[in-house]
Design a protein around this ligand. Structure first.
Ligand SMILES: Cc1cc2nc3c(=O)[nH]c(=O)nc-3n(C[C@H](O)[C@H](O)[C@H](O)COP(=O)(O)O)c2cc1C
Length: 182
């Protein structure tokens, strides 16, 4: 069975640690899993009035892209103990119009990555709260709070072996969880 899995990175910046972690996960995907990189930086802020008329083309394209996925892996920074606004906006865009939530039923993985010691715990759990309402079954264990991230990268910007091994463990658990729910 081939699977298509979305990768959504909550950071917009070029040198994002979260993007680096997402790339490391993508590199570990088996050949029967196709990654789809979801871009969120060009989504206009959610406004119900726009859904009542002709929705922005960027919303329509994003919704169609998400609807076609088998699952979604989220990589989130922590901004002020929560998720970045751009990530929350993407969740909101995909959740509407009412009754057309494209996230529903898609198994999710939540990874939070931070240079800070608590590994984006606040963002990780705020995201989980929204995913519960969006009806996305979310991997519970192992949890993925990747803290002190700058210390987990070698001089070439690659994650050190112990971290890559941990990423593999998380990914294996997520894929097994997803397949069980298919
Ligand atoms: C607006 C803002 C708020 C932040 N708040 C937190 C925070 O609450 N906790 C934390 O660990 N780091 C916080 N940071 C630091 C981020 O963890 C750091 O910038 C990180 O590199 C962002 O992820 P990225 O590398 O994927 O872009 C904040 C950064 C910004 C720009």
């Amino acid at each position: 069975m081939t699977l298509t899995i979305g990768i959504l990175v909550g950071s917009l910046r070029e040198g994002s640690y979260n993007r680096q972690a997402a790339k490391a996960f993508a590199a570990l995907l088996p050949t029967d899993v196709t990654p789809v990189w979801l871009t969120i930086g060009d989504l206009p802020l959610y406004n119900e009035d726009l859904d009542a008329a002709t929705p922005p083309p960027a919303w329509t394209a994003f919704r169609a892209q998400v609807a076609a996925l088998d699952g979604v892996m989220f990589f989130t920074p922590e901004y002020n103990r929560s998720v970045p606004g751009g990530l929350k906006n993407a969740l909101d865009v995909g959740s509407r119009p009412y009754g057309h939530n494209v996230w529903a039923g898609k198994p999710a993985l939540v990874v939070s990555v931070s240079p800070g010691g608590i590994g984006g715990f606040g963002a990780n759990h705020h995201l989980r709260q929204a995913l519960t309402f969006l009806d996305m079954p979310t991997l519970q264990q192992p949890e993925a709070y990747i803290g002190n991230v700058a210390n987990l990268l070698d001089d070439n910007g690659h994650f050190v072996d112990g971290t890559t091994k941990y990423f593999k463990l998380i990914l294996t658990a997520y894929l097994a969880f997803l397949k069980k729910l298919q």
